[in-house]
Design a protein. Sequence first.
Length: 570
Amino acid sequence: MRVVPPVAGPEAELARLARPTGPWLHLLDAAPADARQLGWLLGQDGIVVRQLRGHCGRSTYGLLDEIGAALQLPGDPVGDWPALADLLTDMAWLPGAGHVLVVTRSALLLAAEPLGELRGLVEAVREVARARAEEGDPVPFHLVLQDDAIGVAALRARLDAVGARYAELSGWDAQEPSVGAAVPVRSVLTGGPADRVDLAAGAAAATVAGVVSVGRAWEEFRGGSSGPVRVYVPAGAVDPSAVVSAVSAAVAALDASCVVVPVPVDPAAADPRQAAVAAAASEVWPTPERAAASPAEPAPATAPGADAAATPSTAPAGTAAGSAVPPVGDSAEPARPAAASGDRVTGTRGRSTTGAPAGPASLAGPAESRSPADLGSADLGVGDSTPANPGSADPAAGGPAAGGATAGPRDEPGAPFELIAANLQWPFDSGSAENDPVDAALLAHAARSRLTAAVFRTWVADPSGGWVRVILGYVSRSSIAEVESERSALVDALQGAGAARCCVEVLAATDVSDAHRWLEQRCRPLWPIPAAGPAAPQPVLAADAPEPRPADRAVPRPAPDRTAGPASRP
């Protein structure tokens, strides 16, 4: 969480660092020389300042060693964050009016570790600073993280992901120009096959204007104190800070860490480091190097040197890859009324034309009593997609082949964003096995969100012509506010990606009913990413498609567990 108190200038910034009150974490967008000058000025007021090198703190071991050396910690080297906090709470061996740690090039801080290690550092700083502030004679303790605008954008995303409270040193005027990073001479850059973290990073970058490709390199530094660091290389972003934030947030949502180096599309315009990283990187979007497929669909490979068994399957529990779970129960297929009612919403980012929130249409009664046609309408949007089954819509069913619309499921080019109430008696088509830009936007949102439990996508053929994208989303929590928040976020992602006619149903995973399982069968799962590759395109399913035999029915499955991310290091 960013805290932006009013500041008058450099003097006010210095005064904040001399007070024991929080926030105790600070971001400094400046050159390393500016950070050193900041430390020198604080030292004039009796505050003890120690400079830490971010490139020496890529791993937990390296950072603890760097802190120990800078502060001359007494006794044996500390091995974890609680032990560090115990030592820093009382720094009698280093007296001063306060203590400030300044980290330069801090985008590399703990970049070789899972995100949990950054959370451990944040909690240690908070524990130390709070304990010292509550003493009878409080002694301030602060941590300043310096980097350029790109590095600070990545830090913000990572700190937000661990719930850190921090302030921007916005009143500190940088005096030194930022210097571009040189060609790495103390590290080795290599590529390698994409894993699920890479696929999420690529999908997130794809939502930023101008991005044409995303690569990923592993940077292995010489010495035994650090593991390999993920380095993403998005090319062509109009706003480099925006793509850094999007990629960093998507990676952090999977409990991993990374560095992002945006590069220009024209290699001749790249600086030496950009050129070196881009040359070593393997493409993860739009086509991972191991297969010609879209970013979120193939089974993720493990990172270099990782044990394949260490990466958990991302398919929903009890679900074979590419298959859907049939409905549960002994009754026949749920009755399907003729249509679900609802008002159209056009170009309003999930809000009705009167300004009221546009909620799911006609979802009366508890989830367990809903029929498939009660799964209502909602807001979503899709980009132009390649038809999976051209001409497969049944003319007798009144599908697009009869109505004169484009054969195969797709958005009508140039059509405005529109939320409609789809009739789920219309023919279904699960669509292309490849993700279009709208699917990629949904995947990017799911990778960042802590609420998304699952997302499914299918199409229905409107007898009047055209196709309607149907999105089914499950939320990992059950409060009404969180369900509505997730639905609004999906709507924003769809409209932002250029979707056209959409129908959306979002509910808590604990409220999933037989009717929703029935709809799942007619969908292609988008998130979690199927572990064994994309589902094969399904044929158009008419309204009277038979229900699977009772013997094929699955037991109810819990909401997918997204609390633990995959290993973030090779």
